[in-house]
Design a protein around this ligand. Structure first.
Ligand SMILES: [Zn+2]
Length: 238
């Protein structure tokens, strides 16, 4: 049987430890799939890959289609082939997590999740870019980060779920990036209230990790206790 894989460049710890220059371009990412999310070089906005198109949400939330030669220091992508599909109504982030997790066959695998629907509001985040000399993400993100609310909007949340035992490599639990139907607005999702949505789910039995080929990555200390740092940069709106 052909296993469905997810491809990743960089690690959450390398991103936390200021490896903001990657060696993988959008063109290379798209060779591994059509659905994904991540960061961009110099933390210049949020990356969303949907239906084979790479979008950047800038610091105002505005979407741009990325050139093929733009690089990422941390991102995942897979060929999205949903295996389960169901509809939901009137959920916030926490209740959606619970409903989706009921459909998981095991909490030891990785999942790709697409949520297409109408949202009363979404609490989104993006960033201004940073320059060398790079500082740790927890130090600079409060100054780079912008947050904004999208109200009464239809669109797609591109998502992944990683198990806790992989927490040194990727964000454990759910991670969603949003793009609206008009492809004008997007960002990292901190929270939402959805009206109705279709959820599609794919189980991923394989994980391909591409470690970054540059001095930033070689010299970063990746053996860090990252739990509170991950929570502060990815899961809690500050
Ligand atoms: Zn994110």
């Amino acid at each position: 049987m052909n296993k469905h894989n997810i491809y990743q460049t960089g690690t959450i710890n390398s991103l936390l430890e200021a490896v903001y220059a990657g060696d993988t371009s959008m063109e290379q990412m798209l060779q591994h799939g059509d659905f994904g999310l991540g960061a961009l070089d110099n933390i210049d906005g949020e990356l969303i890959i949907h239906e084979g198109i790479c979008y950047r949400a800038d610091a105002t939330g505005k979407l741009h289609i990325l050139d093929k030669d733009i690089h990422t220091p941390f991102a995942v992508v897979n060929k999205f082939i949903p295996e389960q599909k169901f509809t939901v109504k009137d959920l916030d982030f926490k209740s959606l997590e619970a409903v989706v997790a009921e459909h998981f066959i095991s909490s030891n695998l990785i999942y790709a999740i697409r949520v297409t629907g109408k949202f009363q509001h979404l609490d989104l985040r993006s960033e201004h870019c940073t320059c060398r000399p790079y500082k740790r993400l927890t130090e600079i993100l409060p100054n780079l980060q912008t947050t904004f609310i999208a109200s009464n909007v239809s669109g797609v949340m591109v998502g992944v779920w990683f198990p806790k035992y992989m927490a040194q490599l990727n964000v454990p639990g759910f991670h969603f990036h949003f793009i609206d139907d008009l492809r004008r607005l997007g960002g990292h999702v901190f929270g939402f209230q959805l009206e109705e949505a279709t959820i599609e789910l794919q189980v991923l039995h394989g994980f391909q990790l591409a470690l970054i080929e540059n001095q930033d990555f070689y010299q970063a200390d990746l053996n860090i206790q990252n739990e509170s740092a991950v929570a502060s940069v990815e899961q809690v709106r500050t």
